[in-house]
Design a protein around this ligand. Structure first.
Ligand SMILES: *[C@@H]1O[C@H](CO)[C@@H](O)[C@H](O)[C@H]1NC(C)=O
Ligand SMILES: *[C@@H]1O[C@H](CO)[C@@H](O)[C@H](O)[C@H]1NC(C)=O
Ligand SMILES: *[C@@H]1O[C@H](CO)[C@@H](O)[C@H](O)[C@H]1NC(C)=O
Length: 436
């Protein structure tokens, strides 16, 4: 027979064990739930598994194979990404995910399908239930490279009635369009005004160094006949610019053979602003490009792009990012000395594809409703500049461009209200102050 003391000790021990096993994990679980709930707007934190209390879930290394299918939350248009700082995607048990190969079938090991979409249900580790079989996600492949698309949505860019809205992304065989990039294309200039993306904070774990795909331009978007990309070829841009300036066709006064003094195909949304290779490939559309001096492209503009990615990664929020161009840059005419606007396409009746005066990037945190616009001057021959809005770059300590370098491209920053005053083309959004 147990003594009274032993009974009490046993009961107390029981209580302690129950507290350790049930109450503590439950409390942790509830606390974490609360955290996740407060960040509903960022989908990745809701669906990605990371919880000490739940069963073991699944993981996928999305860079395991090229081309690996697009990984999308089942029946949605939502791309899934790892948590910021992580390389692999995590899933909860029984979470459903679509593996999508636009333009071809999905293979899983020996299971070869013509289906462009396979839905998997997370079991554990790398095992997913797919077509009633338990299969290993590390054996998933697309049978062919992933097909990208650009198309007109039929909308105007709402705030700008001359702009045609385009979307870039992937057509899914069930009718979904997985959009990665929106574009506001100006038919009158044959140049995009701006692009728009939601920047995942996982961006600094993106894949790098995959092969460069060819430039595409879709069909039925440009009025200019032929291949737009060819207008950017160095010998062609040299002839076009020299004729505008009254120089001999082959003059290397401005379009030089050395020192990055030529007009590059300057990405608006950068290739490395996207996480997956297929999304990166989809930035190679001429509508995502504007003529940009390489002196600026590879220096201050490159820095501005990296600064925004680093800010996004640190913020942990899906930032809204618009990237665009404004104005037309000039060089002095050889005979008259007058400032002469530069274009990449000139015929008897039209001057099209202007060389922009500035490139800009408006960055917005939709949760805090704070933002900033970062701006760079696109002309290494321009000795001075006047900002198009009050320069507040000194307040943005995460901006690391070299503000005083002519060759690198002078850079500055404005608040969103001020830039919108100078460029009414920007969407109307609540501006609660600078993104610090
Ligand atoms: C991206 O383009 C390159 C070059 O065309 C190609 O080799 C690669 O498979 C593409 N990646 C995807 C994921 O489609
Ligand atoms: C100049 O190019 C534009 C755009 O391609 C075209 O519409 C126009 O007809 C061309 N003009 C001449 C004279 O060829
Ligand atoms: C933005 O800048 C303008 C011009 O300097 C100023 O009047 C305005 O108060 C600023 N707005 C915000 C939200 O900071």
């Amino acid at each position: 027979m147990l003594t009274k003391t032993v009974k009490i000790v046993l009961i107390l021990a029981g209580v302690v064990i129950v507290v350790i096993i049930v109450v503590v994990p439950l409390a942790i679980h509830l606390m974490r739930r609360k955290k996740v709930d407060s960040s509903k707007a960022s989908f990745y934190s809701e669906y990605v598994y990371s919880n000490a209390f739940c069963q073991i879930g699944c993981s996928i290394d999305p860079f395991e194979a090229d081309p690996y299918p697009l990984i999308v939350l089942a029946n949605t248009n939502t791309f899934l990404y790892p948590n910021p700082g992580e390389k692999i995607l995590r899933f909860k048990v029984n979470q459903r995910v679509d593996f999508i190969c636009p333009g071809g079938g999905v293979n899983v090991g020996s299971l070869e399908t013509d289906n462009g979409v396979l839905t998997g249900t997370c079991k554990k580790g790398t095992s997913f239930k797919i077509k009633r079989k338990t299969l290993d996600s590390s054996e998933i492949r697309c049978r062919t490279p992933i097909l990208r698309d650009i198309r007109a949505t039929g909308n105007r860019c709402s705030w700008f009635d001359r702009g045609q809205e385009l979307e870039v992304g992937f057509i899914v065989e069930d009718g979904r369009f997985l959009r990665t990039l929106s574009i506001c294309f100006n038919q009158a200039k044959q140049l995009s005004e701006f692009t728009y993306i939601e920047q995942t904070p996982s961006i600094n774990q993106q894949i790098l160094g995959t092969p460069r795909p060819p430039w595409l331009q879709g069909s039925g978007i440009y009025n200019i006949k032929g291949t737009i990309s060819n207008l950017y070829l160095k010998k062609n841009q040299r002839t076009t610019i020299n004729r505008l300036l009254g120089l001999p066709d082959k003059s290397t006064k401005y379009i030089k053979n050395t020192g990055d003094y030529f007009l590059a195909r300057g990405h608006l949304t950068a290739r490395s602003d996207f996480f997956y290779a297929a999304q990166q490939n989809a930035t190679f559309y001429m509508q995502n490009i504007a003529p940009q001096w390489q002196t600026f492209n590879s220096r201050n503009w490159n820095q501005i792009e990296a600064d925004v990615r680093n800010y996004a990664a640190a913020s942990g929020v899906n930032l809204h990012v618009w990237t665009g161009v404004h104005g037309i840059t000039t060089l002095p005419h050889e005979k008259t000395g007058l400032p002469t606007q530069l274009y990449l396409f000139v015929n008897e009746t039209s001057k099209l594809i202007p060389v922009p005066e500035i490139f800009w990037k408006a960055v917005y945190n939709p949760k805090t409703e704070r933002g900033v616009c970062l701006i760079g001057v696109n002309n290494p021959y321009q000795e001075t500049f006047s900002p198009i809005c009050p320069d507040i770059s000194k307040d943005i300590d995460w901006l690391h461009c070299d503000r005083t370098s002519q060759k690198r491209g002078f850079c500055y920053a404005c608040n969103l209200t001020a830039i919108r005053f100078a460029m009414p083309i920007l969407p109307r959004i609540t501006d609660r102050g600078l993104l610090l």
